[in-house]
Design a protein around this ligand. Structure first.
Ligand code: ACO
Length: 324
């Protein structure tokens, strides 16, 4: 049976030049490199320069993905940016990226599902491609969380970083079998009753930008079970199981969550692409960054089965199974 599959045609990322090691936080709040490493696995993160915005870094990642795909902006039908830190309240960061790329056709919009944003965006792009509404979609995760951190709150400011990653998804014909390249299944969830454990305490209708607030322990409590469950659900939907997975590419928030989820899925850490040590938690950018870095390291190869999973503010969580 012939089916349409959304296949990865290109990938790229951008990390801001400024690298901040854990030790730099020791002069800011009462913390230590040892605490940050042992509780989160984070060693360093990148922060944007003054004046550098989410659409700037998203555009740089998009340009890298287009170059990798051997395409130009005119070949793209749609741009989706997953972000919670868009430049302005409106227009969407995606339309700014569209303009910066010199794209005058197609359509562009943002998706806001915090750390799960990229999984939501991949799933949406897949639906657009399957429905025939777009043939090629640039799916970008880009964040400047350094703009919403409370530099006096040691329990959050040490955990996040800035960055952007982008994929070009392209419609291709598949057989409908699990051996097809492309997105094979996805699984999305949210539950707004958990708003207060991870949120920004401002927004348009409060007339302030606000800062990130998190009850880390509470988020942690939900993370491992929900992530393993959603990964299992999308694998099952695809007709596959954890034993078929070559790489877990998880949201990179905390090494202990990543380890716990892999363990719950019955997979070893040798099957996990890890970037949290170098990037910190870059929210919606963390999965495309990890995919791009994983490919660059020679870990991810054509034909391999990948499961991505993420959880964040909302709570919102989900997973995507794709064959590279
Ligand atoms: N340095 C030193 N001590 C600290 C720091 C710090 N940076 N931050 C907190 N502490 C202290 C706390 O005050 C507490 O002290 P107390 O016991 O005297 O009160 C102690 O360390 C332990 O704090 P816990 O919060 O219990 O530490 P825990 O082991 O739970 O680790 C962490 C905290 C890393 C935040 C963890 O809970 C976590 O990773 N949670 C999940 C975060 C996450 O994944 N978020 C989801 C995505 S984010 C998004 O969607 C935007």
């Amino acid at each position: 049976m012939s089916v349409t599959r959304a296949q990865v045609r290109g990938i790229g990322h951008y990390l801001p030049e400024r690298i901040v090691e854990n030790a730099e936080f020791e002069s800011l709040v009462e913390t230590s490199d040892e605490w940050i490493r042992s509780r989160s696995g984070i060693e360093r993160r990148h922060f944007v320069a003054e004046g550098q915005t989410t659409s700037d870094i998203a555009t740089l990642a998009a340009e890298a993905a287009l170059a990798d795909a051997g395409l130009c902006a005119g070949d793209i039908d749609a741009v989706i940016v997953a972000t919670s830190t868009a430049d302005l309240t409106f227009p969407a960061a995606a339309t700014m990226v569209q303009a910066k790329l010199g794209m005058t056709g197609g359509f562009a919009f943002d998706i806001q599902a915090v750390c799960a944003g990229f999984v939501f965006a991949l799933s949406t792009a897949n639906a657009l491609i399957i429905a025939g509404q777009a043939r090629r979609v640039l799916v970008i995760g880009a964040e400047t969380f350094s703009r919403i951190l409370d530099w006096q709150d040691r329990s959050t400011c040490v955990l996040f970083g800035d960055g952007a990653g982008a994929l070009v998804l392209e419609a291709a014909e598949g057989t409908g079998e699990t051996s097809d390249r492309g997105i094979l299944a996805s699984d999305l969830h949210s539950d707004g009753q958990y708003r207060d454990i991870l949120y920004v305490d401002g927004g348009v209708s409060t007339q302030s930008t606000g800062l990130l607030r998190m009850q880390g322990k509470e988020v942690f409590r939900h993370a491992i079970a929900k992530l393993a469950e959603t990964a299992h659900a999308s694998l099952e939907r695809a007709g596959l199981s954890a034993a078929d997975v070559d790489w877990i590419v998880p949201h990179q928030a905390n090494l202990r969550i990543i380890r716990g989820t892999a363990q719950k899925m019955g997979l070893g850490m040798d099957r996990v692409v890890l970037t949290v040590q170098d990037h910190g938690n870059t929210s919606a950018a963390s999965i495309p960054l990890a995919l791009s870095v994983g490919k660059g390291r020679g870990q991810i190869k054509a034909g391999q089965l990948i499961v991505t999973e993420a959880i964040g503010g909302g709570l919102a969580w989900g997973s995507v199974v794709l064959r590279w």
